[in-house]
Design a protein around this ligand. Structure first.
Ligand SMILES: Nc1ncnc2c1ncn2[C@@H]1O[C@H](COP(=O)(O)OP(=O)(O)O)[C@@H](O)[C@H]1O
Ligand SMILES: [Mg+2]
Length: 341
């Protein structure tokens, strides 16, 4: 297994790995369960996520990637090492890696990502911006002089970019996405229903009845938690319209940022976007009505890409072919960012 190439999407909520010829071979939550006293790792990935909110006092759940960047360096490295080993096997001989990162990552954060990959065994590391990767993964030809707007709504960040000629003409990234939606639902439940719930329940509510604009047919779900008034178990029925209200502040913040990027895009490219519309990618693009909300506010056509959660990793995988130009010093014609670390 020499000269193996791997593509990695280091998301806030999930890490995905792609191998050429095999496709997406790993899709695991970016989470660990650790012993508070000894820092010993008890579980990683899916197994650790199942334990979230149900731990004994001695243990803690750690999400080492916060808002799309590494906040806990050691644990991120552990996750990457374990996951790369799981898909490449022990025979792996220092693969080349392309890693998908948020649009607005700082030099320091770039260095941390590359270092984690080097320590996990990668010989060469290239970075690719999330919006570009998502555009390639959504089957858009970004090599031509034609503007295309991607809005990737993940867990930690929303990455917005207008792509043309293998690069971005305008872009932005905000720390408002799926995790903010979950926090807003937790706050709403406490303020409106005196009900205390955890992030796992909030995410379930969001996926079941969540919406960015009220649904045509109102739906309901039952929510159980702890009463904020007397601390006893409490269960209430929640309507989808309430969740639209709870999420409004954040969904509107995303729309405003999309409008801002459009305002800063050269007019010829805006013309292309007017014709083609906006493409939504990322797991949170599946929030019911998110496309309709952006459509209403921008007066542009908006479509959710096929399999939106996987666009970034598929695009990162497709970008592996540019690794050769890394070797040949042809970086200017590639969507990859050269990683110097
Ligand atoms: N059906 C759905 N409706 C709304 N949000 C969803 C749905 N499915 C997944 N999500 C959200 O998508 C986010 C994960 O998206 P993803 O693009 O994988 O994020 P990241 O790349 O930041 O890890 C999570 O916040 C998750 O709750
Ligand atoms: Mg992502």
């Amino acid at each position: 297994m020499q000269n193996l190439d791997v593509a990695i999407d280091l998301g806030t909520s999930r890490i995905r790995i792609y191998l050429p010829g095999k496709g997406v071979v790993l899709d695991e939550p970016a989470v660990l369960t650790v012993d508070r006293d000894t820092d010993e790792i008890v579980a990683i990935g899916t197994e650790a996520l199942k334990m979230q909110g149900k731990l004994s006092e001695r243990l803690a759940t750690v999400f080492p990637v916060r808002d799309g960047v590494i906040s806990n360096y050691g644990f991120t490295e552990t996750l990457l090492t374990e996951f790369v080993r799981a898909v490449c096997g022990s025979k792996v001989f220092m693969p080349r890696a392309v890693v998908c990162v948020p649009n607005l990552i700082t030099e320091l954060e770039q260095r941390a990502v590359c270092q984690a990959l080097h320590n996990a065994g990668a010989r060469k590391v290239c970075l690719i911006g999330e919006a570009i990767a998502a555009a390639i993964g959504a089957d858009i030809d970004i090599t031509v002089p034609h503007g295309c707007m991607i809005v990737d709504i993940g867990a930690g960040t929303t990455d917005i970019g207008v792509m043309t000629l293998n690069g971005m003409a305008s872009f932005d990234s905000i720390k408002v996405a799926g995790n903010s939606f979950d926090s807003a639902i937790i706050r709403y439940m406490k303020n409106k229903h005196d009900l205390i719930i955890g992030p796992v329940t909030a995410e379930r509510i969001k996926k079941e009845i969540g919406c960015a604009v009220p649904r045509d047919f109102r739906t309901y779900t039952r929510v159980s938690g702890r009463s904020a008034l007397n601390g006893l178990p409490l269960s209430v029925s929640i309507a989808s319209d309430e969740i639209a209200e709870a999420l409004e502040e954040h969904t509107i913040a995303i729309v405003r940022r999309v409008q801002h990027v459009l305002e800063n895009t050269p007019p010829e490219l805006v013309g292309d976007i007017y014709t083609d519309g906006i493409i939504l990618t990322g797991g949170s693009a599946q929030l019911h009505g998110m496309d309709r909300l952006i459509e209403r506010k921008t007066k542009l056509n908006v479509v959710v890409a096929n399999n939106p959660s996987n666009c970034a990793i598929l695009g990162t995988g497709a970008a592996l072919k540019y690794m050769d130009s890394y070797d040949n010093d042809e970086f200017k014609t590639s969507p990859l960012q050269f990683a110097k670390y």
